[in-house]
Design a protein around this ligand. Sequence first.
Ligand SMILES: *Cc1c(COP(=O)(O)O)cnc(C)c1O
Length: 380
Amino acid sequence: MNILLSQPHMSGREMAYVEEAFSSNWIAPLGPNVNAFEQEVAAYADHPHALATSSGTAALHLALLTLNVGAGDVVFCQSLTFVASVNPIRYVGATPVFIDSEADTWNMSPDALRKALVQAATKGNLPKAVIVVHLYGVVAKIGEIRQLCDEFGVPLIEDAAESLGATWKGHMTGTIGDLGFYSFNGNKIITTSGGGMLLLATEQQKAFALKLATQARENVLHYEHEQVGYNYRLSNVSAGIGRGQLEVIEQRVRARRRVFTRYERMFEGIGVSYQQEIKHARANRWLTAMQLDHFPIGRDQLIHHLADAGIESRPVWKPMHLQPLYQDAEYVTVDGEDVSRRLFENGVCLPSSSNLTIGQQQIVIQAVLATRTFATEKSV
Ligand SMILES: *Cc1c(COP(=O)(O)O)cnc(C)c1O
């Protein structure tokens, strides 16, 4: 592939922080870069506490443990997402219940969530937490979801793995829920080559999650353990990369948004649609995801055509309720209409890197438009 879906994009400042780690010999899953990166992310997100982790998945696992979610508990989660939003529910022995998306943002439907909460309350089996996702960096209907969680007294976790820099009413995604997390995996809007960040509200929460992330060692001279812990800290070298990346996050958001706007403009009138930005929200448009509403060829055909032209594109995440892994899980929709399935069946993600050149994007645009001509010719 010549043109990739989402590529790392260095600022040039990363090496300075990494060299600092080397020259001071802090090559460990702790150190000055880790502490500074936590403070810098917390400052950027305007949130009291942040804990750097080895991955976003680890951060979500710690979030569930911090909320005391365990065996026998139920957790509600958006179905249309990457599997990492859900697997940690299983790590702690809890059971996921999947909630359908709405067609505007493609994220958790507040109507479906309300229905599921009412049903659960009637049965006396409210979930221990709700996990909402800001898919592809587009902000979910988070105000309504936050309100519903408050109404039913259920903690909210924001999976902001894809939405660093996206905001709602001036608040960073990841800070609106009780807990939230970011991912710095290689394909995300900024990267540490691999890593994550858990956002917490209190000092006690941070101390609790930090202890679990470092093998749950008791505070005595020798190695004493009362709980099962994990090895979930970010390395000081990786945190150095993160510090260099965070300096340019706003530029990266602007670049990804520009990529989206160009696609939107160039594809006007060809029968496609996109995730909508709700009022007061700024998406980071990590990936431009497109619905083929009235497009002459199907999703897989389009992806194959683009691949032939050296362009990487991908189907939208396959919903969790359709995964063999989670086929037995409950799934709640509004009026039986399966929105997330439809979004999956007709959804394509297009190359959206912040370092995608206009020329490269032009190639993608022409390739998409050419598949239409091809389809029309064939049907004549
Ligand atoms: C990337 C991602 C994660 C997991 O983050 P990792 O750092 O890869 O573990 C979780 N949820 C969503 C929606 C993601 O895209």
